[in-house]
Design a protein around this ligand. Structure first.
Ligand code: PA5
Ligand code: MN
Length: 192
């Protein structure tokens, strides 16, 4: 597998293929399956059933060759499968940037959105094809597939921003996204 390039980088053209969600030239690919999302979904029993029932892929992240280092501007394509765990829509783990810096998500295919949480305030921004969701510094973010097909988006972020997953474990995400009677329903994160 190709890996990140080492700075200094030469100017480069990067192609992306929306159908496959791939980048060329490409960096590493990260695949997260149901078992990697333990602690994320409210209904832990339903998640355990899904894990026992084939542990399917929930999403994958294909990174570009640009490294996650200071002053660089890496990109990645995330592909989230359609589906839910007891009605709670498939999602990414979600993280905070330890170094508070902004990020953009650009919709490539399917339908989705981003739950954002700054520890007090919550936000939901839809991401359709051709739309950008802006994630300001200090807002944890988790992507959701709200549709019936793969949801794909391009992320562009400062290389030194980092990924703090423990922040979400400690603080939650403010909201949870459900599909009820075919409609998106955002509910309080700590619903009983
Ligand atoms: O940098 C980002 O915010 C994205 O590329 C995410 O890392 C990606 O969507 C996967 O989400 P997570 O890192 O929360 O598993
Ligand atoms: Mn991020």
């Amino acid at each position: 597998m190709s890996q990140y390039r080492t700075p200094p980088l030469e100017p480069v053209q990067i192609s992306f293929d929306i159908e496959s969600g791939s980048l060329s030239p490409t960096g590493p690919t990260l695949v997260r399956r149901a078992a990697d999302l333990q602690g994320c979904f409210k209904n832990e029993r339903s998640l355990a059933e899904l894990i026992a029932n084939g542990n399917p892929e929930i999403y994958r992240v294909v990174s570009s060759v640009v490294p996650e280092t200071s002053r660089e501007l890496p990109q990645s394509i995330t592909t989230i499968r359609p589906g839910s765990v007891a009605g709670e829509l498939f999602m990414t783990k979600g993280h905070q940037h330890p170094d508070p810096q902004g990020e953009i998500y650009f919709g490539l295919a399917g339908e989705g959105g981003v739950i954002m949480f700054d520890g007090i305030n919550t936000s939901w921004v839809e991401v359709q094809v051709g739309k950008i969701a802006y994630i300001p510094p200090g807002w944890a973010h988790r992507s959701i597939n709200t549709g019936t097909k793969d949801y794909k988006f391009l992320a562009v972020y400062p290389g030194s921003a980092g990924h703090d997953y423990q922040w979400v474990v400690n603080h939650g995400m403010g909201l949870r996204a459900y599909l009820e009677q075919g409609e998106l329903k955002l509910k309080d994160f700590n619903l009983t």
